[in-house]
Structures are given as structure tokens and as C-alpha cells.
Design a binder for this molecule. Structure first.
Ligand code: IMP
Ligand code: MG
Length: 186
């Protein structure tokens, strides 16, 4: 199995659970100021399920009553040349026509996934599509898109935890981290 070995690499915290929680509360207050009517949160699976759940409850604390639905997308990723196309693995259950949508994803990287989801929802007649991501990898954009709300700028590393995976692992971690090789023992 080509799995990272917890004995030769360790996970370094980039954003702790406490830092994430505080940032999401501030972000929810910003979003509450955007004047979304009957907002429908569209969470892009799988990576954003933890972020979406926390954001949804932070929005509740601001007095909003958001609904939520899930869109499962897969993008074909290539290491350096991201020529990937995006595919719908599981579509929304709810109608978006005429509605104010808060589109939520974990990472804005090349931008293909978020642009695909935004265009799909707009084409179905949403009244407004506002985008929100946990992490922004600004340097890697291949498509001209910026998120309306960003929790954190992300360092140029492959990150995991807080819903995000490396080969299906680490989604359960309460923080965002990255794998760092362990110092060899001298
Ligand atoms: P994009 O279409 O290139 O913007 O890719 C965005 C998607 O790729 C995100 O929704 C993540 O699921 C995934 N992704 C990008 N970078 C990372 C990472 O560092 N860790 C885990 N998933 C990532
Ligand atoms: Mg994703």
C-alpha cells in the first residue's frame, strides 16, 4: 500500500481547532452581513463536510436559518498540469432556481471545482451565488475565479484534516495540518 507511514512522517498543525472555530465565527458574521435571503448552503463533498457543518451552526448563531444540500464533485487532478475536468458524482436534491446560494468548498486551488459548481448553479437559475472556502491556494489558480469569503490563505503544501484527506485518510483530524518528514535520529 502506498500510504504515508506515521512512523516516518508526522503531522504538523497549520490551523488549530481553536483558530478555525474563532475564524468561522467571524466569517459567519461577515456572511450574515451580505443580506442573503433564505440562504441555501451548497456544500461540495467530500472535503467541505466538516467546514460546512461548523459554518452552518455559526450562521445559526448569527440568526440566519440556512438550509443545506450537498453536491459531490470529482475533479481529475494531475500533479503539475491540471487539465482536469469536473464530474458530478451526486447531484443536489433541492431546486436552486430563484434562490440565494452560499456555495462552500474546502480548498480553492486551480479553481476548476468551484467554477464548475458556481456555473452549474447559476445556469439553473439561482438568484445569487456567493462563494466561501476554508482555504485559498492563491498561487495555483488555472481558472479566473476568486471566492467571496475565505477563512484562511493556505501555504503551498498538501493539507489534510478537518474534512480533507490524503488517500481517504485524516479527514477526522480536528485541525488542518500537513505531513512533514520526521528528522532522522542521529
Ligand atoms: P481545484 O478544482 O483545483 O480548485 O481543486 C479543489 C479541490 O481539490 C478541493 O475541493 C480539494 O478537494 C482538493 N484539494 C486541493 N488541494 C488539496 C490539498 O492540499 N489537500 C486536500 N485536498 C486538496
Ligand atoms: Mg473538494
Amino acid at each position: 500500500m502506498n500510504q504515508p507511514d506515521r512512523t516516518t512522517s508526522r503531522i504538523e498543525v497549520i490551523f488549530s481547532a481553536e483558530v478555525i472555530a474563532a475564524r468561522i465565527d467571524a466569517l459567519a458574521k461577515d456572511i450574515a452581513g451580505a443580506g442573503l435571503e433564505r440562504p441555501l448552503v451548497v456544500s461540495v463533498l467530500t472535503g467541505s463536510f466538516v467546514f460546512s457543518a461548523d459554518l452552518l451552526r455559526a450562521l445559526h448563531r448569527t440568526g440566519l436559518e440556512p438550509e443545506v444540500d450537498f453536491l459531490s464533485l470529482s475533479s481529475y487532478r494531475h500533479d503539475t498540469t491540471s487539465t482536469g475536468s469536473v464530474r458530478i458524482l451526486r447531484d443536489l436534491d433541492l431546486e436552486v432556481a430563484g434562490r440565494d446560494i452560499l456555495l462552500v468548498d474546502d480548498i480553492l486551488d486551480t479553481g476548476r471545482t468551484l467554477a464548475f459548481a458556481r456555473d452549474l448553479i447559476a445556469a439553473r437559475g439561482a438568484r445569487r451565488v456567493v462563494t466561501c472556502v476554508l482555504l485559498n491556494k492563491r498561487m495555483r489558480r488555472a481558472v479566473d475565479i476568486e471566492a467571496d469569503y475565505i477563512a484562511f490563505e493556505c501555504p503551498p503544501a498538501f493539507v489534510l484534516g478537518y474534512g480533507m484527506d490524503l488517500a481517504h485518510r485524516y479527514r477526522e483530524l480536528p485541525f488542518v495540518g500537513h505531513l512533514a518528514p520526521m528528522e532522522p535520529k542521529s
